[in-house]
Design a protein around this ligand. Structure first.
Ligand SMILES: Nc1ncnc2c1ncn2[C@@H]1O[C@H](COP(=O)(O)OP(=O)(O)O)[C@@H](O)[C@H]1O
Ligand SMILES: [Mg+2]
Length: 257
């Protein structure tokens, strides 16, 4: 069975690309057949974050009707399958003759998980990407303006009949001024399925163009993303990646969860 999951936000810059890339990498690392799709065709980032910036056939070529979907699939050195979006203005100018939903539907039956990184806002591009998934995850920060935009995304998903899998709260600092998990769940009427801490390692991983979960496998954000991936596939993270003695000690002191 193929699960096509779109990661959207409403507000920009909340961490959609960071999380979709690393969640896809983690699901792949845990043995699943995963395709990461850049569904952000106007301001794409997936290939940059993965250090694969120059790829001849892109999702825009497929949407323009100039290439087949299977020809736009590339293999990241980790083994993760990736459908990139082209980065140049030339790619932005390509007219889309095909709907994302129709194109991504071709993935059904060929993989176990398709994760679609969405553009910000609720314009046509983001709506098209959301329609292309059977399920949707809202990425947000624990701040009221990100949540109000997120609520609109959840409402839109409901209107078009896409199941909301839950909310990932990103850049959590556990400060008093932040919205708590309970506040977020009450406001969005949706369960929080993952909490990713603010973590400098994310920026370090982007700088070296490697997925965080490989570059800094034991960083707090890395562990949080892997814990979420394990839960998504019905596994216990501590069984898949047992804690070392020092990690156990650090967890007792609140460094890991
Ligand atoms: N948990 C985090 N801790 C620290 N920085 C983060 C975290 N998540 C994302 N970032 C940073 O936030 C910025 C936006 O992230 P990105 O994934 O590009 O967001 P979006 O795709 O929603 O626009 C990037 O500079 C990224 O490094
Ligand atoms: Mg992005």
């Amino acid at each position: 069975m193929t699960r096509l999951i779109t990661l959207c936000s409403g507000k920009g810059g909340v961490g959609k690309t960071t999380i979709s890339t690393n969640l896809a990498a983690a699901l792949h690392k845990f043995g699943k057949d995963v395709m990461l799709v850049d569904g952000n065709t106007t301001t794409p980032n997936v290939s940059v974050i993965l250090g694969m910036p120059k790829l001849p056939i892109t999702i825009q070529d497929v949407l323009a009707g100039n290439a087949k979907l299977e020809d736009s699939v590339y293999l990241h050195p980790s083994g993760l399958k990736v459908i990139p979006a082209g980065l140049s203005m030339k790619h932005n100018k390509q007219k889309h003759k095909k709907k994302m939903a129709k194109v991504f539907n071709e993935l059904v039956g060929t993989i176990e998980y398709g994760l679609i990184d969405c553009s910000a806002g609720l314009g046509n591009e983001a709506k098209n990407a959301m329609e292309a998934g059977d399920e949707f995850i809202l990425i947000t920060n624990p701040e009221i303006h990100a949540l109000t935009d997120g609520l609109k995304a959840i409402e839109h998903a409901r209107e078009i009949g896409v199941k909301t899998l839950g909310v990932i709260l990103n850049r959590v600092n556990n400060k008093d001024y932040e919205m708590s998990k309970e506040n977020v769940e009450e406001f969005l009427e949706t369960p929080v399925i993952g909490m990713i801490p603010e973590d400098e390692s994310i920026k370090k991983a982007i700088a070296i163009k490697k997925p965080l979960i490989y570059a800094y496998p034991n960083s707090p954000a890395s562990r949080a993303i892997k814990r979420l991936a394990a839960r998504m596939i019905g596994e216990d993270y501590r069984t898949i990646e047992p804690e070392t003695f020092s990690q156990k000690i650090l967890r007792m002191f609140g460094v890991y969860k």
